[in-house]
Design a protein around this ligand. Sequence first.
Ligand code: PNS
Length: 164
Amino acid sequence: MKHIAIYPGSFDPITFGHLDILKRATNLFDKVIVTVAVNHKKSAVFSGDERVALIKECLAGKEWAKNIEVNQFTGLLVNHAQKLNANTLIRGVRQISDFEYEFRMALTNKRLAPDVDTVFLMPDEEFTFISASLVKEIAYWNGDLSSFVPGNVAKSLLKKMETK
Ligand code: PNS
């Protein structure tokens, strides 16, 4: 049986921390589906299509990414996971402060879909403080994004900020 995992998130935008988790996940599962949550109630800098395109660009040509798919969804994550035959959700936990929220979310998802489990992965130490919201703040003030996000993401984000 092929073991398919879903790596969900807002990815607004994808960071080096997300990519580190994703790479680790590819070592554990046959197929990993990165899925961008599009929540019309939550404001995002990038549209769902833009976030998917940026992620695909980041993965293009990478040998370790050959079993990764990228898509987007609206609605409940567990429904999307079940539709795609994925019985594992991957979440990155950077520090203890992430844990409470992640624990509640994992238990909620488990209640909704008992056959779907959440696996937590830790990023490399050098990425433990990176978050998409900090990245957006740095971009807003035109700061150096090179150690936070890949070049294509930095370029698109700075362009977005020009029009804000
Ligand atoms: O990157 P984020 O914003 O921490 O990701 C959170 C996300 C998108 C995984 C979570 O909000 C989610 O799964 N949203 C979809 C709606 C849903 O299923 N909610 C119930 C889980 S508590």
